[in-house]
Design a protein around this ligand. Structure first.
Ligand code: G4P
Length: 525
């Protein structure tokens, strides 16, 4: 591909994730987007897969049980001249560090909020990663066909809870049973919800923000309230600021209903006007890698294990940062300096898993892996030695004590644990006082996958004793006194040997801070 063609291809890419709390409507909205992209012909395809009806026979048992599939991890389709990659961020019990790491591979995020509930815990956690990366975030306030909270409250909450300015692009006219439409200030029109006349989905607004043509809606109190609110926000709210949107300091907010397919396409169209194309990637040397750099580079952000137990293969998900991927190309793996041939590669679509011929910066490729890759690995062509900035570690919240069931099999137990920890499947801690192994994760699934893989790949049966939720806080080794440890704040070491406490709850942490006011405790991401 010529440099010009590469630049054109990269320019078309829009790679994003949808972040939300379970049940806010992520699956429903994804489904709508796939319909617009012509990938699925009817709603319900992704849903069926989510509920497990779509299970394929050869996937890992846990995945089958939960209906997680590799094909829905990345969904790619073309829409209005753009090539869209949606990366899935699993929630519920499938929440894991991979969910967080996926956000390291996107250029923007869509935040779906249930308008009856507002900001919920999982949304908040995922939002913080996006905020840390400074990527644009677009908000969809969903379920407008149900009675929800006051829209003004929902906008204020963005600022109060998340610290991001909300810029409403439209405003609900009524809600629930009274939903009449959307006052769309951005497009200067009213979108009607109950469209009795198919040809009249939209009513244009004039320069004063009033209906351009006489309509019954003018005397409707829901309409006048929406118009007044919008005008008030126009005067007193945050001004639209494209630079703030680009840096993730302002989020355009769209109201709508994913289930009723109301406001979703307008959302997608407007989103695509502002969503960024693939960005530069920072390296440890401080030099940025531009997506249009003709040399190929990428990094592994997720490893999905044992898609097929008969072959014990895994898929390493690579975000392409620069250049073009070609089947069979040779790349250097930065960590080992080894040359690898990328021949067995998979592309992701919503419906099919097809082999990818070419992919460019912004795209995701899946490499069949027999154990060569680790999370965070950089691969590249060319003479430069590319070391991308390290992926952050995320503070685990769930902990288990782990030991080998058969004490005679310590060797395979240690080998398995070390490999899986290196790979980023779970985090390992060691108790100061007893030397016990403690595993940390952000979601229960990580422990289940760990146990399954220890047995299947390392022939090591493990015993896991749940310790429940804990708050992990690191302490400066110079300030540490081992006598500070107690049953309510267990002293452990992380895999690099740094000391930290696992606090039983917030009270235990507060008590500790009162007792040792000079000690600084830090949380990681
Ligand atoms: P998730 O992926 O974020 O977990 O949410 P999902 O799309 O599965 O939606 C969760 C529930 O909310 C589903 O109902 C879905 O139909 C409903 N829902 C999504 N968007 C809207 C909306 O705009 N309006 C209304 N009223 N409901 C919406 P469910 O009963 O759990 O599942 P199902 O029986 O519909 O499959």
């Amino acid at each position: 591909m010529s440099e010009k063609n590469l630049a054109t291809a990269v320019d078309k890419r829009r790679t994003f994730a949808i972040i939300s709390h379970p049940d806010a409507g992520k699956t429903t909205i994804t489904e709508q987007l796939l319909l617009f992209g012509g990938v699925v012909r009817e709603a319900g395809t992704v849903k069926a897969r989510k509920s497990g009806n779509f299970a394929k026979s050869d996937w890992m048992e846990i995945e089958q049980k939960r209906g997680i599939s590799v094909t829905s991890s990345v969904m790619q389709f073309d829409y209005q001249g753009k090539r869209i990659n949606i990366l899935d961020t699993p929630g519920h019990e499938d929440f894991s560090e991979d969910t967080y790491r996926t956000l390291m591979a996107v250029d923007s995020a869509v935040m779906v909020i249930d308008s009856a509930k507002g900001i919920e815990p999982q949304t908040k956690k995922l939002f913080q990663i996006c905020k840390m990366r400074g990527i644009p975030i677009f908000t969809f306030m969903n379920k407008l066909d149900r009675d929800g909270r006051d829209p003004l409250d929902l906008i204020a909450e963005l600022e109060d809870v998340l610290g991001i300015e909300g810029y409403p692009m439209n405003w609900p006219i009524g809600m629930g049973k009274e939903l009449k439409g959307l006052y769309d200030r951005y497009h200067q029109r009213v979108a009607l919800f109950h469209k009795d006349d198919q040809g009249r989905q939209y009513l244009p607004l004039n320069a004063d923000g009033d209906l351009a043509e006489a309509n019954d809606l003018e005397s409707d109190s829901w309409y006048t309230e929406a118009r007044d609110n919008m005008q008030m926000i126009e005067e007193a709210g945050n001004p639209f600021d494209a630079a703030k949107i680009a840096s993730g300091d302002q989020t355009p907010v769209f109201f709508g209903s994913a289930l009723a397919n109301f406001g979703v396409q307008t959302f997608l169209d407007t989103y695509l006007e502002y969503a960024p194309q693939p960005a530069d990637h920072h390296t440890e040397s401080g030099e940025d890698v531009a997506p249009t750099d003709p040399e190929f580079s990428g990094f592994v952000f997720k490893i999905q294990a044992n898609m097929n137990p008969h072959h014990r293969d895994r898929i390493a998900f690579v975000r392409i940062c620069s250049g073009e991927f070609d089947r069979g190309m040779d790349v250097i793996q930065e960590r080992t300096g080894k040359k690898l041939r990328l021949s067995n590669v998979t592309e992701f679509m919503a419906d099919t898993r097809e082999n990818v011929e070419t992919a460019v910066a912004g795209d995701i490729i899946g490499l069949y892996d027999t154990g060569n890759f680790q999370i965070g690995d950089a691969i590249y062509t060319g003479k430069r030695d590319i070391k991308f900035e390290k992926l952050p570690q995320f503070t685990p919240e769930l902990f288990v004590r782990v030991s080998a069931k058969n004490v005679m099999k310590q060797k395979s137990f240690h080998k398995g644990i070390n490999q899986l920890v290196q790979e980023g499947a779970v985090q390992l801690y060691t108790s100061y006082s007893t030397g016990d192994y403690i595993l940390g994760a952000v979601g229960q699934l990580q422990f289940e996958v760990f146990q399954f893989r220890m047995q299947n790949e390392y022939n090591s049966e493990v015993v896991m004793e749940p310790m429940g939720k804990k708050t992990a806080r690191w302490i400066d080794p110079d300030q540490l006194d081992e006598r500070m440890s107690s049953s309510r704040n267990l002293l452990v070491k992380d895999s690099q040997g740094n000391p930290l406490f696992l606090f039983e709850n917030q009270f235990a942490e507060r008590w500790f801070k009162d007792k040792y006011p000079d000690v600084t405790l830090t949380a990681k991401l």
